[in-house]
Write a protein that binds this ligand. Structure first.
Ligand code: ZLS
Ligand code: CA
Ligand code: ZN
Length: 387
């Protein structure tokens, strides 16, 4: 058997704490930490672990979480239990925006500190030059705010990781291919020019969460604010197809890298942008989703690779396992290894690249003219960057 080789000339690190995977948001909740078990099983079944440095990161400390989040919010997360009454009659809301989307479940604080700890560990491996590509599929929870939970996210591990990178890097490019807008990361770095945020997402202000991320939403409006033109958004409609998505991604990301000259890239690989996702509405296949990771890798910059959304677990696991193989530059056989645990879970589609069947397709509402106008809009923003 010809096993998977370590990549030549660079190091990939994989940061995963299996304790995360047993957590439950509740029976009806779409977020299933168990998708991480499935991902890791495929990664191991292919033997990809032979080609990477594996780390089981410690949980982040409350002090580390407070580098971004406000103290009272962290203390709330640390203390709260499912039986507490968190209803605030004064505001008529649950405390810190917890509730249906962000429930309080057993082990919540442990869960948060584990995924944040993994992203911090990954970022530190990049800054101390022990790793060139650091992967944390349990992170990427881009909606969390300084003082509140939002959209299944409690702690913003991405912001914490970027703050770590900023200790050693002058410019960080953040790219987000989750189907939802990366609002929490955008907001955290809204007024600085040391982080450029770029999110691709379904946009419909009234109907699709979180409702922000319009094309003209590009940073503070005052031209003398450093953050002006450093928040970029690619708003999309339902049903975008593989070739369109890949071309759009390349047409936007290349000029961003060329103009901004980042020294490190953080890539949030939310898998709810895949076709057939329980919450998503695109027609993107795993190969095309992976092509975005492959394209970013080719810039040869240090890279932090994170997870995010993804609600059809079998597809999430295949996409992230495939993207792990791209990071290590390994060719993997499309057929899942026969000894993959939970193989029965994948039904008839025992391949990494299941076909998106017609019943799961969304009508494509993105035409060429629209996508060209989006690329133009982005390039217009980038023109402001040349001092
Ligand atoms: O980007 O659309 C909303 C907000 C609501 C509708 C849903 N109700 C529960 C609250 C009010 C306007 N929330 C979205 C959040 C999507 C977060 C995406 C996270 C990420 O992928 C990064 C990890 C939303 N969409 C779908 C649901 N919530 C949702 C669906 C089904 C359920 C079950 C559990 C809870 C209540 C019933 C729930 C939420
Ligand atoms: Ca996004
Ligand atoms: Zn999402």
């Amino acid at each position: 058997e010809n096993g998977i080789q370590r990549p030549k000339g660079y190091t990939v690190s994989y940061h995963a704490n299996p304790e995360m995977e047993k957590m439950h948001f509740g029976p009806k909740h779409p977020m299933k930490p168990w998708r991480l078990t499935l991902t890791n099983k495929i990664v191991l079944a292919y033997g990809m672990h032979e080609a990477m440095d594996l780390y089981i990161p410690r949980a982040a400390t409350s002090q580390e979480l407070k580098d971004f989040h406000r103290e009272d919010y962290i203390e709330f997360l640390e203390r709260v239990t499912p039986i507490d009454n968190t209803w605030d009659p004064e505001s008529g809301q649950y405390l810190f925006n917890t509730g249906d989307d962000c429930p309080i479940f057993d082990g919540l604080y442990r869960y948060c500190s584990l995924y944040a700890g993994a992203s911090l560990d990954a970022a530190r491996k990049l800054t101390n030059l022990q790793s060139d590509i650091a992967i944390n599929w349990s992170g990427g929870l881009h909606h969390a705010k300084k003082t509140e939970a939002s959209g299944f996210c409690y702690i913003n591990d991405i912001v914490l990781a970027i703050l770590q990178l900023l200790l050693h890097h002058p410019r960080v490019l953040y790219i987000d291919i989750d189907v939802h807008h990366g609002d929490g990361v955008e907001q955290a770095f809204w007024s600085t020019d040391r982080v450029m945020t770029l999110s691709f997402h379904k946009y419909n202000r009234a109907e699709f969460f979180p409702g922000t991320g319009a094309l003209d939403d590009t940073g503070p409006l005052r031209n003398d604010s450093p953050g002006a033109h450093h928040s970029l958004n690619v708003p999309l409609h339902d049903g975008i197809e593989d070739d369109q998505y890949i071309k759009l991604f390349q047409d936007v990301v290349w000029p961003c890298v060329h103009n901004y000259q980042p020294t490190v890239i953080v890539l949030q690989c939310g898998a709810d942008s895949l076709g057939g996702d329980r919450l998503g509405c695109f027609n993107v296949n795993i190969k095309a989703h992976g092509a975005c990771v492959g394209f970013v890798k080719k810039f040869g910059l240090p890279m932090l690779v994170l997870g995010g959304g993804g609600y059809t677990a079998r597809n999430v696991a295949k996409a992230w396992a495939y993207e792990t193989s791209l990071c290590i530059g390994a060719e993997v056989h499309p057929h899942l290894p026969a000894h993959t645990p939970y193989l029965e879970h994948f039904g008839n589609e025992k391949t990494l690249f299941p076909k998106l069947d017609s019943t799961n397709r969304y009508e494509n509402k993105n035409n060429r003219v629209y996508l060209e106008s989006v690329v133009m809009g982005i390039k217009e923003q980038l023109r402001y960057l040349q001092g």
